[in-house]
Design a protein around this ligand. Structure first.
Ligand code: ADP
Ligand code: MG
Length: 234
């Protein structure tokens, strides 16, 4: 599903350059649940943003679902992004003046899905994250965990090939974090491919594989005996 070869990325700052990713080799098969772990500043978000076509690589190759991702113009990149990828962020990124249902329906609007079908799908995905009855509530009326579940429903409604989550539990307390990870595990059980960036060991162990980034290289890439989040949720 994802193939990265000899990936390098630097940020230029004036006459200086910061070499953030220093030769990353990494592939992900369909149906995997992968944690990208590492301390703050290790390059996790940089890697995820490149995978998400939100940023460009300097050197190396990237292919997504067999499509080489290189030299795409903005329009093409946006099309691939809409078609292939769903995003979940630490800060939820919901639109404050739209209710839960409208937030979930928004990516479908960009996919030119008609109004009625958008609403039906949005309600279906809200149901899947356990928030059907919260459809007409604004983000300000939802808890942090509920907001993140709406954001996950929004990402899944577009039926992406890969779900990319950057510190999805970073703004949540432990109990709520485990509830969100429980949902992510369930979505993965349905066959969806998911990458979760985290700096937290316990969150990483709720994935099936941990890729450990340090100083711009992969220090370790191992399968783990997945811990179910549900056992923490009391
Ligand atoms: P992580 O997500 O693991 O905390 P990041 O990928 O955000 O790490 O950042 C890796 C390094 O790159 C950090 O030193 C950070 O300051 C730097 N960095 C990230 N984004 C930019 C940017 N747009 N311009 C310059 N430096 C950046
Ligand atoms: Mg980050």
């Amino acid at each position: 599903m994802i193939e990265i070869r000899d990936l390098h990325k630097s940020y230029k700052m004036g006459s200086n350059s910061l070499h953030v990713l220093k030769g990353i080799n990494f592939s992900v098969q369909e149906g995997e649940l992968v944690a990208i772990m590492g301390s703050s500043g290790s390059g996790k978000s940089t890697l995820l943003n490149i995978l998400g076509m939100l940023d460009e690589l300097d050197e190396g190759t990237y292919s997504l679902d067999g499509v080489p991702i290189a030299n795409l113009n903005e329009t093409k990149a946006a099309n691939y992004r809409n078609k292939f990828l769903g995003f979940v962020f630490q800060s939820f990124n919901l639109i404050n003046y739209k209710n839960a249902m409208e937030n979930v329906a928004l990516p479908l609007y960009y996919q030119r899905v008609g109004r009625k079908e958008r609403q039906e799908k949005a309600l279906k995905y809200l149901e899947q994250v356990g928030l059907r009855e919260w459809a007409d509530h604004l983000p300000s009326e939802l808890s942090g965990g509920q907001k993140q579940r709406v954001a996950i429903a929004r990402a899944m409604a577009a039926e992406p090939k890969v779900l990319l989550a950057d510190e999805p539990t970073g703004a949540l307390d432990s109990k709520t974090s485990y509830e969100v990870m429980d949902l992510i595990q369930k979505i993965n059980d349905d066959g969806n491919t998911i990458l979760v960036v985290t700096h937290e060991e316990d969150i990483a162990h709720m994935c099936k594989r941990i890729v450990h980034l340090k100083d711009g290289v992969i220090l370790e890439d191992k399968k783990v005996e997945q811990v179910r989040a549900q056992q923490y949720v009391q």
